[in-house]
Design a protein around this ligand. Structure first.
Ligand code: C5P
Length: 221
């Protein structure tokens, strides 16, 4: 059967990366975590002291970055200019800044270009915010994965660990704020594509959700 491209979009903490990685493994496809790419750019912006509002300078920086995604044992490894930055992408500081960097036109153009290149050979599961609407509008299967805001915050809370200096309530607020920024930005906002299938994962297991998407994929491919 033919290999297809699968786009999985949705708000923060909906379980997109876990689900997308498992779908890719089941189909022997390549998983691409586009959020990690925006996080990597944000790390470099913060390191360089640039303002997250500076479209031109941040764009120049993004254009110079060589971002490589490698399949890791548990999650994807992200290498920027040859350095593994994976363990530094999930900090609260990056969470708080990434949506500002991600709304810059220069950054989005660059990321979309890299992402389209990665999907040229089909057999890619790509997760993000604008994959079905903007990056891969012709993806054969599009999924919009969501869950209640409390459940999404709880999942991220477990991820971050109890040592982090933040309460569940604060985290829920920050996630809602990030979703708001992602939904309200001008370029390629977070939005369910008209031809995307909606999955609300609240109260459902990861395996159930993965199985549903894999079956859809096999039916199409
Ligand atoms: O998926 P993750 O939570 O790691 O994404 C981090 C941030 O990167 C999102 O909140 C959003 O601002 C940005 N992003 C984006 N477009 C994508 C993927 C992520 O704007 N396709």
């Amino acid at each position: 059967s033919n290999r297809i491209n699968i786009a999985i979009d949705g708000p923060a903490g909906a379980g997109k990366s876990t689900v997308a990685r498992m779908v890719a493994r089941a189909l022997q496809y390549v998983y691409v975590d586009t959020g990690a790419m925006y996080r990597a750019v944000t790390l470099k912006v913060l390191e360089s002291g640039l303002s997250t509002d500076d479209n031109a300078s941040v764009g120049r920086l993004a254009n110079e970055l060589d971002i490589v995604l490698l399949p890791g044992a548990h999650s994807q490894e992200v290498h920027v200019n040859g350095v593994d930055v994976s363990s530094r992408l999930r900090s609260l500081e990056i969470n708080r800044n990434v949506s500002y960097v991600a709304r810059l036109e220069s950054v989005r153009n660059r990321m979309a270009e890299l992402q389209r290149r990665m999907a040229q050979v089909k057999g890619v599961v790509m997760d993000g915010r604008d994959i079905g609407t903007h990056v891969l509008p012709n993806a054969e299967l599009k999924v919009f994965l969501t869950a209640s805001s409390r459940e999404r915050a709880t999942r991220r809370y477990r991820e971050i660990g109890s040592d982090a200096d933040i309460t569940l309530e604060q985290l829920e607020k920050e996630i809602s704020e990030r979703d708001r920024l992602d939904q309200e930005r001008e370029i390629a906002p977070l939005l369910q594509a008209s031809d995307a299938r909606l999955i609300d994962s609240t109260g459902r297991t990861v395996d159930e959700v993965v199985e549903e998407i894999v079956q859809w994929g096999l039916a199409i491919a």
